[in-house]
Design a protein around this ligand. Structure first.
Ligand code: 13P
Ligand code: SF4
Length: 333
C-alpha cells in the first residue's frame, strides 16, 4: 500500500500497512531513527525478543510507568499494549507517544467499559474504586486509584480498613489480593485470556517430570495454579525470584515472552514454560495482543511517527489522578 493510503486507512488497519524492502536492515534502521528523532523505546517483557533487545528499557507495567514519567525524549515509542502506551501519554500529555499496532489491546481492558464501571459505582456510592492499570483511560478517569500486580497489595493496604472497595477488572488478581490482605472487596468479573489458559493437569504432570523445579506464577493466573506456586509476582518479580532463588529449575506460569529476559539473567538455570490447555506450536501461552507488534511495525511507526496515541484532555487530566496516586503510594518506603 502506498504511504498516503496507508495513513488514510490507519484507523481501520490500526497500523501502517506498507511493504518494506526485503533487504532492509531493521535493527540498523531502528537504531538510526532512535538517534535522529531523539526517541526512546519502552518495551514490556512479553514483546518478541528482537524488540526487547533493541529497546532502551524493558520492564513490568509499574517500571514502565515510572520510566514513562521520567523520560526526556521527544518521542516515546511504546512496544507493549494499548493501555500501557496510553498510560505513558497520560503521564506525558505534551509528548508524542506511538504504538506499533493500535489493535494491541488486552482482554482485561476489554472486559471493563467505563459505562459499566460507572453503573457499578452508582450502585455502590460508598465504595472506593481501585483499577488495575490494564484498563482504558476512560476507566482510569472514573477510578480513585490504580495499581499493577507488583503494588496491588500495597495500594489496597493503604486504604482504611472500614472503607469498602471495588476492585476491577481482574478477578484472579483481586481474589489473590483478598487473600493476601484479608480484605473483602467487590470484584469485577474480568480475566486475562493468557493466564486463564494454563492447564492445572498439565502443570502437575510437568512438575512430576521435573520434581526439582519451583513453580512461579503471575497473579493473573487462576487460584488452582497459584496454589501450586512457590512464588507469585509481577513479571519483574518473577525474573528477580528466578535470579535470587538458589533453585536451578523453574516452571514459569506467565506469558512466554518473559523467558527471553529471564534466561539472560539466569543462563545456567532451566526454565520451563507452564503448559496451556490448548496445545499451540510452542505448548506455552503467548499473548495475541502483545504479539501483534513486530520489528516491521516498530520500524514503520518510528519512521512515520504513526499510529499516535491520543487521549482527550479532560480524560487525560482525570486519569492522571489515580495513576499519580499509585506512583506516589508505590514509591513510599
Ligand atoms: P506486569 O505488570 O506483571 O508486567 O503485567 C502486565 C500484564 O499485562 C500481565 O499480563
Ligand atoms: Fe492483557 Fe493478558 Fe495480554 Fe497481559 S497477557 S496484555 S493481561 S491479555
Amino acid at each position: 500500500m502506498e504511504l498516503n493510503k496507508a495513513i488514510e486507512n490507519i484507523q481501520e488497519t490500526g497500523f501502517l500497512e506498507i511493504n518494506i524492502p526485503k533487504n532492509i536492515d531493521l535493527v540498523a534502521e531502528i537504531i538510526k531513527l532512535k538517534k535522529e528523532k531523539n526517541a526512546v523505546i519502552l518495551a514490556h517483557y512479553y514483546q518478541e525478543p528482537a524488540i526487547q533487545d533493541i529497546a532502551d528499557f524493558v520492564g513490568d507495567s509499574l517500571q514502565l510507568s515510572y520510566k514513562a514519567a521520567e523520560v526526556d525524549s521527544d518521542l516515546i515509542v511504546f512496544a507493549g499494549v494499548h493501555f500501557m502506551a496510553e498510560t505513558a501519554k497520560i503521564l506525558n500529555p505534551q509528548k508524542k507517544v506511538v504504538l506499533p499496532d493500535l489493535n494491541a489491546g488486552c482482554s482485561l481492558a476489554e472486559s471493563c467499559e467505563a459505562k459499566d464501571l460507572q453503573a457499578l459505582k452508582d450502585k455502590h456510592p460508598d465504595h472506593l474504586v481501585i483499577t488495575y492499570v490494564n484498563t482504558s483511560a476512560e476507566v482510569k478517569a472514573i477510578s480513585d486509584l490504580c495499581c499493577t500486580s507488583s503494588n496491588a497489595k500495597k495500594i489496597v493496604d493503604s486504604i482504611p480498613l472500614d472503607q469498602p472497595i471495588i476492585f476491577a477488572p481482574d478477578r484472579n488478581l483481586g481474589a489473590w489480593i483478598q487473600k493476601e490482605t484479608g480484605r473483602e472487596m467487590l470484584l469485577w468479573d474480568g480475566a486475562c485470556v493468557v493466564h486463564e489458559a494454563f492447564s492445572i493437569d498439565k502443570l502437575l504432570n510437568t512438575h512430576q517430570a521435573n520434581p526439582n523445579a519451583k513453580i512461579i506464577a503471575h497473579p493473573e493466573s487462576e487460584d488452582h495454579i497459584l496454589k501450586t506456586a512457590e512464588y507469585i509476582g509481577s513479571t519483574a518479580g518473577l525474573i528477580n525470584y528466578a535470579k535470587t532463588n538458589p533453585a536451578k529449575e523453574f516452571i514459569v506460569a506467565t506469558e512466554a515472552g518473559i523467558l527471553h529476559e529471564m534466561q539472560k539473567e539466569v543462563p545456567n538455570k532451566k526454565l520451563i514454560p507452564a503448559p496451556a490447555v490448548e496445545d499451540n506450536s510452542c505448548a506455552c501461552s503467548e499473548c495475541p495482543y502483545m504479539k501483534l507488534n513486530n520489528m516491521q511495525k516498530l520500524y514503520l511507526c518510528m519512521k512515520y511517527e504513526l499510529p499516535e496515541i491520543q487521549v482527550p484532555q479532560d480524560i487525560q487530566e482525570k486519569a492522571l489522578i489515580p495513576i499519580q496516586r499509585m506512583l506516589d503510594i508505590s514509591s513510599k518506603k
